[in-house]
Design a protein around this ligand. Structure first.
Ligand SMILES: NC(=O)C1=CN([C@@H]2O[C@H](COP(=O)(O)OP(=O)(O)OC[C@H]3O[C@@H](n4cnc5c(N)ncnc54)[C@H](O)[C@@H]3O)[C@@H](O)[C@H]2O)C=CC1
Ligand SMILES: O=C(O)C(=O)[C@H](O)COP(=O)(O)O
Length: 325
């Protein structure tokens, strides 16, 4: 194990509650919190001025591209909450000798949000409420879940959790992913089907795949065209899994009865993004992971990593080679 000097200055970027009383036990750690979102030039200036040797990234709220890693020779450690951060360049950190470590995260918050979205979409809760407030009363009938078919793409931590609740609702469960086995599907109480059948038979299709070269754009015009007219799509995984233009076309034509989308491309969703004008959509701002308990888990994980560094111990969740050294 490489000998490490204790950290002299730790900056938590765009802190999002990390500094709140009781959020975490930062005692004894030389930590400072930034409350504003800074651009790359401002970050370099601030990190340099503070002579910070560690930064903490709260999810993907502050980007940490290659350029930033190269411009901060005094930086030795980046801690990012969660294990995946697409706006952090791990390779560049390695090349600059900056160790990167992650923290544990809970899957249940995203399982819960997914079901919140499914229920709201299936029963038309937002429109029914809007109508009531405008002086109207019930209109149209929603989709009941018992006996309906839930197609789950990806049975990892979140997909398996979503499937378990689908079973409790008495739904018929189908599942698929590029690498799913019969055993994984059976363990989740789902039937493994081919990709086309996953789309063709769904009353509700919910996406829980990781994003990678094999899954980017996995839901396009051809797949949406296989779906039953009026079927529902839920995406709490990653925006680029879905071809947004094809999604909007399917919503406009009525091929899809509705879509609930938590994860977008880009994020934050810019004003005027075409999805904002698409009909029958329920949009949330990447809320899946955003619960108090998950942030508690994140901040405790950050503190554990910082203390491990200062104690010269192995970093708990290393994300690059420099952190494993
Ligand atoms: N909306 C939100 O706030 C949150 C969204 N997520 C997203 O939800 C999705 C599922 O997350 P978890 O269940 O925790 O992940 P996980 O890693 O446990 O499950 C992902 C599943 O996708 C499958 N998969 C198949 N082909 C793949 C490929 N080519 N590349 C990547 N994965 C592939 C994996 O085998 C695995 O079963 C991810 O996209 C994750 O980024 C995760 C947490 C919060
Ligand atoms: O969107 C995400 O992904 C998240 O925000 C997760 O909570 C992060 O957890 P990991 O999957 O990165 O551990």
């Amino acid at each position: 194990m490489m000998r490490r000097d204790p950290l002299r200055r730790i900056l938590v970027l765009d802190d999002f509650g990390a500094a709140a009383p009781g959020a975490a036990d930062w005692s004894g750690l030389p930590v400072a919190f930034l409350h504003d979102k800074l651009d790359a030039a401002q970050l370099v200036a601030r990190i340099t001025a503070e002579a910070a040797d560690a930064v903490v990234l709260i999810r993907e709220r502050s980007a940490f591209p290659a350029d930033l890693a190269r411009r901060l020779p005094g930086l030795r450690l980046v801690v990012t909450t969660g294990m995946r951060n697409r706006v952090l360049d791990l390779g560049a950190c390695d090349a600059a000798g900056i160790a990167v470590c992650g923290t544990p995260s809970l899957a249940s918050p995203t399982v819960e949000l997914t079901w919140g979205l499914i229920l709201a979409l299936a029963r038309g809760i937002p429109e029914q409420e809007r109508r009531l407030r405008q002086g109207g009363w019930q209109q149209g009938a929603g989709l009941g879940l018992e006996g309906a078919t839930l197609s789950v793409a990806g049975l990892g931590r979140i997909g398996a959790g979503v499937a378990a609740i689908g079973r409790a609702f008495g739904m018929r469960l189908l599942a698929w992913s590029p690498n799913m086995t019969e055993a994984t599907a059976a363990a989740a109480g789902a039937e493994l089907v081919g990709k086309a059948e996953l789309f063709r038979q769904a009353d509700i299709l919910t996406l829980h795949l990781g994003l990678g070269p094999a899954t980017r754009g996995i839901v396009g015009a051809a797949e949406l065209g296989l779906m039953r007219p009026g079927a529902l799509l839920v995406n709490t995984a990653r925006g680029p899994l879905v071809d947004q233009a094809a999604l909007i076309a399917a919503l406009r034509s009525g091929q899809l009865g509705g879509a609930a989308i938590d994860t977008h491309e880009p994020e934050p969703l810019p004003p005027g993004d075409p999805i904002l004008q698409a009909p029958n959509t329920l949009l949330t701002p990447h809320l899946g992971y955003v619960t108090r308990q998950n942030f508690q888990q994140y901040f405790n994980g950050v503190v554990a990593c910082l203390r491990a560094w200062n104690a010269g111990a192995a970093l708990p969740l290393p994300l690059n080679d420099a952190a494993r050294a």
